[in-house]
Each structure stands twice: as structure tokens, then as C-alpha cells.
Design a protein around this ligand. Structure first.
Ligand SMILES: Cc1ncc(COP(=O)(O)O)c(C=O)c1O
Length: 363
């Protein structure tokens, strides 16, 4: 039997007790709100975790990239939504191959984009389901609410395409510095696509799905009338940003990075064997501050290079070379994408490993 202090580092460790609790809690919330839960598996990219989410009641899985869908389809998943604008004939060809065995839908916010994938489906005598992305204030992708009906009409006429619904994502909640602000964003995340769906239906088009969700907003957004589906992702692991936002406590964070102190070159400086290639360069949200929290310590990682995490040591603390520490990363989703495997633990006991099967599938 292995224990965490025996592990070689850096190692990404996921506590199964916390992971299972997080999965159950979100599933219960969706059940109580009466919406389908379609977790975004971009966070973990691990089919074994997707299966735990389905076993807890999820109706299907969300992903972003075609390559991620190929990995999950090969692992046996049969209901996938790519919550991302899919564009291009090459991806259309791969999606067509997947659609033999998977109930598939993709995101879009343009008739040009959807036409570039519709042609392959039309030529094969098939149809691809799409959800129109509506902007709820994040201002990344998505049509404005005012343009939703007109774009939905155009999309519904594209050969090889069926409009299944609308979706949105309130990524701007990560910049909110007060709970009331997050709740207000969550309400808009539900109300804006629900109103767009109503207007599209009034124009004579069917809208089966109104899909919303991020981890900070999920709880409130899924309560809004008209919402049918929620797609939180980060909640399986949580991270330092979710704690800073008030979404959860440190005890709800399942993922940590075990690191070794490799140098203490000065009393006020220690260096860990985890740099940006391990922790990523993603900043703490909502307010950037350091590169992850060393659990049980006040000292913070103030600087990263590729393989070094430089800690400013607080006067009352000391680090010694060879010592191992657990780091709570700023953003768990990107950490997953940097590692081939995660170590599974329950408390200090190591229980095995899972492969991050869909890591790096950016196409
Ligand atoms: C389109 C979309 N839906 C859902 C999610 C899940 O959000 P979160 O990671 O906050 O749970 C994301 C995350 O980036 C996303 O981009």
C-alpha cells in the first residue's frame, strides 16, 4: 500500500472521497431543480469520472473539441454535446463518423459555421443537432439576444442541420467579487437564453433544450424557469479560484498537486518542483494573486518558471529541502490538461491512477 508522502513528485492527486461528494452534490441540486445535468468533462477529461457523473444521474456529457468527443465515444459514452462552435469540413467528417454511435449535438453562433458542418451530414442523408449560443454577458462567443430569432431561422434552414435548442455560459462570473454579483449573473444566465427560446418558439421553431451553466452560477441558474439543462464542469475538483469566489470551501477541493521543496536558497525563499508546466500560468480569480496555495501554510507561490515554483516564505514559516507539500492550483481544468495521469487517494492512502485520456485533444 502506498501513501501520499511516498509518491514521486510533482504528482496531481485527486481525493476520491471529495470527488464523489462533489459529483453527488451537484447531481442532487439538478434533480431538485428539475433540470438535466450534462457536466462539462473538459475539467477532468477522464472517462472514469464521466461514468461516475452518469451513475449519479447526469443525462450526458459536455465537451468542447471533436477530439475529446472521439475519446469519450470510444470509451462508450453515447450522448455528447460539444458546447463550442464547431466549424469546418474536416471536423464535419469526423463528427459524421461519430454520429453512427452517439447522440450528438454541437454549438454554433453563425449560419456560416453551421453550413460548413451541415454539408457532410446532408450529403450522407443525415442531420446534426445544433444548439445556438446566445451571449448572456460574457462577450466571448454567442449571438446577442436581439439576433437570436433571426440566426435561429437561418440555421433551421441549413441542409443537414436540426436546431435542438439554445445554450449559454456565464464565464464572466469568474470576475465577480461579491456573491450578489454572481447571483445576478446567474439569473441572467438563465433568463436570457430562456427568453430567447421563447422568442424562437413564437417564431414557429421548436426549442427542446435551454442549456446553461458554470460552476459558480450553476446552483442559481438552474432554478430559472425555462432552463432545461445545466453544464457545470469545474465542480468535480474545485480549486483556489472557486474558494476565492465563495463557491466552496477548501475541504471541497478534490485536486491538489503534491510537490517537493527542491531548494531553500534564502530564509525568505523556497523553491518547489512545480512550475508552469505543472500548475499552468492561469491566474487566481476573481483577483490575480500568486500561483496556487500551499495547504496549511501562509507562504505563497509568488513566481513560476517552467519547472520552478518560487515561494516567498513568511517570517514565521520555514521549508526544508526534500519536504513535500500539497498545492491547491488556481485553475484545476488546465492542470488536468497538462498531465498524463492523476493519482487517486482517499486521505493519505493511494488507491491507484487514472489516465487523462482526452488531454491535449485540441482539434
Ligand atoms: C461553454 C461552457 N460550458 C460550461 C463550462 C463549465 O464551466 P465551469 O468550468 O465554470 O464549471 C465551460 C467552462 O469553460 C464552458 O466554456
Amino acid at each position: 500500500m502506498n501513501f501520499l508522502p511516498d509518491l514521486d513528485t510533482p504528482a496531481v492527486v485527486v481525493d476520491l472521497d471529495v470527488l464523489e461528494k462533489n459529483i453527488q452534490r451537484m447531481a442532487a441540486r439538478a434533480r431538485e431543480a428539475g433540470v438535466r445535468l450534462r457536466p462539462h468533462a473538459k475539467t477532468h477529461k477522464i472517462p472514469e469520472i464521466g461514468r461516475l457523473q452518469l451513475a449519479a444521474g447526469a443525462s450526458g456529457i459536455s465537451l468542447a473539441k471533436t477530439g475529446e468527443a472521439e475519446v469519450f465515444a470510444a470509451a462508450g459514452f453515447r450522448d455528447l454535446f460539444l458546447a463550442y462552435p464547431i466549424v469546418g469540413t474536416e471536423k464535419a467528417r469526423r463528427l459524421l463518423a461519430l454520429s453512427d454511435r452517439v447522440r450528438l449535438a454541437v454549438g454554433t453562433d453563425s449560419v456560416e459555421g453551421v453550413s460548413s458542418v451541415g454539408a457532410a451530414f446532408h450529403a450522407a442523408g443525415r442531420r446534426l443537432d445544433v444548439l445556438l449560443k446566445v451571449d448572456c454577458g460574457y462577450h466571448r462567443v454567442g449571438v446577442s439576444a436581439e439576433r437570436a430569432v433571426e440566426t435561429a431561422r437561418q440555421i433551421a434552414e441549413v441542409p443537414g442541420i436540426s436546431l435542438r435548442g439554445v445554450f449559454t455560459h456565464a464565464g464572466h462570473a469568474y470576475l465577480a467579487t461579491a456573491r450578489q454579483e454572481i447571483d445576478a449573473i446567474a439569473r441572467q444566465e438563465g433568463e436570457i437564453p430562456a427568453a430567447a427560446a421563447g422568442a424562437i418558439r413564437a417564431a414557429g421553431l421548436p426549442v427542446e433544450e435551454v442549456s446553461v451553466g458554470s460552476t459558480p452560477t450553476a446552483r442559481a441558474a438552474m432554478e430559472i424557469g425555462g432552463v432545461t439543462e445545466c453544464r457545470p464542469g469545474n465542480y468535480v475538483y474545485h480549486d483556489a479560484s472557486q474558494v476565492s469566489l465563495g463557491t466552496c470551501g477548501i475541504e471541497d477541493c478534490a485536486m491538489t498537486v503534491l510537490a517537493t521543496v527542491i531548494s531553500v536558497p534564502a530564509a525568505n525563499r523556497a523553491v518547489l518542483d512545480c512550475g508552469s508546466k505543472t500548475l499552468s500560468s492561469d491566474v487566481l480569480r476573481p483577483r490575480p494573486s500568486g500561483h496556487g496555495w500551499i495547504l496549511g501554510r501562509k507562504s505563497r507561490i509568488e513566481k513560476l518558471s517552467e519547472e520552478h515554483g518560487v515561494v516567498r516564505v513568511e517570517p514565521e514559516e520555514a521549508f526544508r529541502v526534500g519536504e513535500k507539500v500539497a498545492v491547491l492550483p488556481n485553475h484545476a481544468c488546465v492542470v488536468s490538461n497538462l498531465h498524463d495521469r492523476i493519482v487517486l487517494a482517499r486521505g493519505e492512502r493511494v488507491e491507484g491512477e487514472w489516465t487523462v485520456a482526452a488531454r491535449g485533444k485540441v482539434r
